[in-house]
Ligand binder design. Structure first.
Ligand SMILES: Cc1ncc(COP(=O)(O)O)c(C=O)c1O
Length: 348
C-alpha cells in the first residue's frame, strides 16, 4: 500500500537495526515451544534523543515549523523519556521547549538532585515547571493553556504536544515505523507473526497497529500496558486512530477487535518495578548486551517472556519486540538493581 506521509523533520537514524535475540530465544522460548524472538532497536534512533518518541517528534516538529511555532510545550512524569527527547529535539531544531512535569511515583530517590531524564532536560535548556501529582492530574489542560498564553504574551507561538506525543499526528511515527520494520523482516526472509511493544500513552501501539493493518494485515500487534488497564488502552488506541483518520482524511479504520493489550504485568503501578523486572533487565543485559528500563521496556519484555513460558505464543514462529528505549530511566532506579551489583562483587 502506498501511503502519503505528511512533512517530517529528519532527526532519527533510520532504519534502526532488526536483530535476533539468539541466546534469549534458545534459553527462554525454544524450551516452551515458543517463537524466535527478534528485537527492533528503536533504542538506537539516536544517542541522547534515543527511543520511540523521536519517530513521533519527526512529524510533530515538522508540523510546528509549518504552523510557525517557535516553542514546544509538552508534559509527562519527571522521568519522562518523551520530555527528554522533546527538549533535545527542540534544541537541535532551534526551538524552545517547556516541560510540564508531574511529581510522583517516578520521582525516585533524592529528587532534589536531578537524575536520568530530568537531568538531561535541564542540560538541553528546557524550561521546566514541576507540579504536585494532584494539581497536575486535576488541571493538565489548564496548565497547557496557561503556558501557551504566557508564550504568546512574549510574542512566541507554542505547539502543545499531548502526553507521549500520542495523537493523530504523533502516530505517523509508528505507521512509518511499522512500514520500516516489515521491510526489515522481508529482508531477513520472514513475515513476523506478532509485534510487541510497551504501551504508556498508546501512540506507539496505535501507529504499529495501523501500520500493520495497512502494510501486512496478517501481522498482530500486542501492547503490554505499563500504567492503565486494557480497556483504557483499547479506547486510547482507537481514539488516536480516529483522530488520525479525521485529520488526514484517511478512509482506513482500525478494527477495535484487532487492538490487543495485555495488562497483567503493570505490577504495583506506573514506574514501580518489582525484583523480577530488575532481574529480567539484568538477564537481557547479560545474555544479549541490551539495556531495557524498569518503567516501560523491562516490564513489557518480562511480560512477553512470562507469556511465552505460559504458552501464549506457541502459534508464532517469529515475534518482534520493539525496544522503545528508556535507558535514562535505569539510573534513577539504581537501588532496584542491588542484587546484580551484589552478586558481581568479587573480593581481591
Ligand atoms: C521507553 C518507552 N517505551 C515505551 C513507551 C510507550 O510508548 P507510548 O507512550 O507511545 O505508548 C514510552 C513512553 O510512554 C517510553 O518512554
Amino acid at each position: 500500500m502506498n501511503i502519503e506521509y505528511p512533512a517530517r523533520e529528519r532527526l532519527a537514524n533510520l532504519p534502526t537495526p532488526l536483530q535476533p535475540l539468539k541466546r534469549i530465544s534458545e534459553n527462554f522460548s525454544a524450551p516452551y515451544g515458543g517463537p524466535k524472538i527478534w528485537i527492533k532497536r528503536d533504542d538506537l534512533t539516536e544517542s541522547a534523543m534515543s527511543g520511540n518518541k523521536l519517530r513521533k517528534l519527526e512529524f510533530i516538529i515538522a508540523e510546528a515549523q509549518a504552523r510557525g511555532c517557535n516553542t514546544l510545550i509538552t508534559c509527562g512524569g519527571e522521568q519522562s523519556n518523551h520530555c527528554r527527547a522533546t527538549a533535545l529535539a527542540a534544541a537541535k531544531c532551534g526551538l524552545k521547549a517547556h516541560l510540564i512535569l508531574r511529581q510522583g511515583a517516578d520521582a525516585h530517590d533524592d529528587d532534589a538532585v536531578p537524575d536520568g531524564n530530568l537531568l538531561v532536560d535541564y542540560l538541553a535548556g528546557a524550561e521546566v515547571s514541576r507540579y504536585p501529582l494532584r494539581e497536575y492530574l486535576e488541571d493538565l489542560p489548564g496548565l497547557f493553556e496557561y503556558w501557551a498564553q504566557e508564550y504568546e504574551k512574549q510574542g512566541d507561538r507554542a505547539l502543545c504536544i499531548p502526553t507521549g506525543g500520542s495523537d493523530g499526528l504523533g502516530i505517523w511515527g509508528y505507521i512509518l515505523g511499522a512500514e520500516e520494520l516489515l521491510e526489515d523482516c522481508r529482508r531477513e526472509g520472514f513475515t513476523p507473526d506478532r509485534l510487541i511493544c510497551a504501551s504508556g500513552s498508546g501512540g506507539t501501539q496505535a501507529g504499529l497497529t495501523l501500520g500493520a493493518q495497512l502494510f501486512e494485515p496478517g501481522v498482530q500487534v500486542t501492547g503490554y500496558a505499563v500504567c492503565d488497564d486494557a480497556a483504557y488502552f483499547v479506547n486510547k488506541v482507537s481514539e488516536d486512530a480516529e483522530d488520525w483518520a479525521r485529520r488526514y482524511r484517511q478512509s482506513h479504520r482500525l478494527d477495535p477487535a484487532r487492538i490487543d493489550v495485555i495488562d497483567d504485568y503493570i505490577g504495583p503501578g506506573y514506574a514501580i518495578a518489582t525484583e523480577e523486572i530488575y532481574q529480567t533487565i539484568a538477564l537481557a543485559a547479560q545474555l544479549e548486551g541490551i539495556l531495557l528500563d524498569p518503567v516501560y521496556t523491562g516490564k513489557a519484555f518480562h511480560g512477553m517472556l512470562q507469556d511465552i513460558k505460559a504458552g501464549r505464543y506457541t502459534d508464532c514462529e517469529n515475534l518482534v519486540f520493539v525496544h522503545t528505549g528508556g535507558q535514562f530511566g535505569v539510573f534513577p532506579q539504581r537501588t532496584g538493581f542491588r542484587s546484580s551489583w551484589a552478586s558481581a562483587e568479587k573480593g581481591c
